[in-house]
Design a protein around this ligand. Structure first.
Ligand code: IDP
Ligand code: MG
Length: 167
């Protein structure tokens, strides 16, 4: 069954110059990239992304982590991969949440670490189930940034609304 999955290369992955390595590992899945962009992450976006963890003691730290406050790299790379069993394929490649427990050949096992402050710095985010993928892709991307029609979208007219174009 074809599925979509949100992948984020987190600020530690970018700071460690791992973008190419991570994309090369993900290409082993033979999945298709259907959206990609660099994003400056606001506190609101990070809090919304991790809303299911808001009662955890580490919530404040992972919000700062996703915003790049811990790595002096205030950006993440967001991608949508699409294809057969995309979620399981990408989760398997990513490895366990705790990088010390992740298989050593997985992305997190190869490149992750636990900080002295106790945050699991595990270089990528991968949606863990279809409903989560849908929620996250809709949070990170507009419909016209994704090159396939993943979810129902509607046309909205903006009257008093201006966008930038190249001068
Ligand atoms: P996942 O990223 O493998 O789906 P989640 O439970 O969704 O794991 O947690 C989101 C992120 O929060 C993790 O990727 C990791 O960076 C951080 N995290 C999760 N659990 C812990 C913990 O017990 N201690 C410290 N950081 C954690
Ligand atoms: Mg998760």
């Amino acid at each position: 069954m074809n599925q979509a999955v949100l992948i984020l290369i987190k600020p530690d992955g970018l700071k460690k110059s791992l973008t190419g390595n991570i994309l090369a590992r993900l290409s082993e899945t033979k999945l298709e990239i259907v959206a990609a962009k660099m994003v400056r992450v606001s506190k609101e976006l990070a809090e919304e992304h991790y809303q299911h963890l808001k009662d955890k003691p580490f919530f404040g730290e992972i919000v700062k982590y996703l915003q790049g406050e811990l790595h002096d790299r205030k950006k993440v790379m967001a991608l949508v991969y699409w294809g057969e069993d995309a979620i399981k394929k990408c989760r398997d490649l990513a490895g366990a949440t705790n990088p010390e427990e992740a298989e050593s050949t997985s992305i997190r096992g190869s490149y992750g670490r636990i900080t002295t402050g106790g945050v699991y710095e595990n270089v990528i985010h991968v949606s863990s189930q279809e409903s989560e993928a849908e929620r996250e892709i809709k949070l990170w991307f507009h419909p016209d940034e994704v090159i396939v029609d993943l979810y129902l979208a509607k046309k909205v007219a903006h009257k008093e609304y201006k966008t930038y174009d190249w001068a």
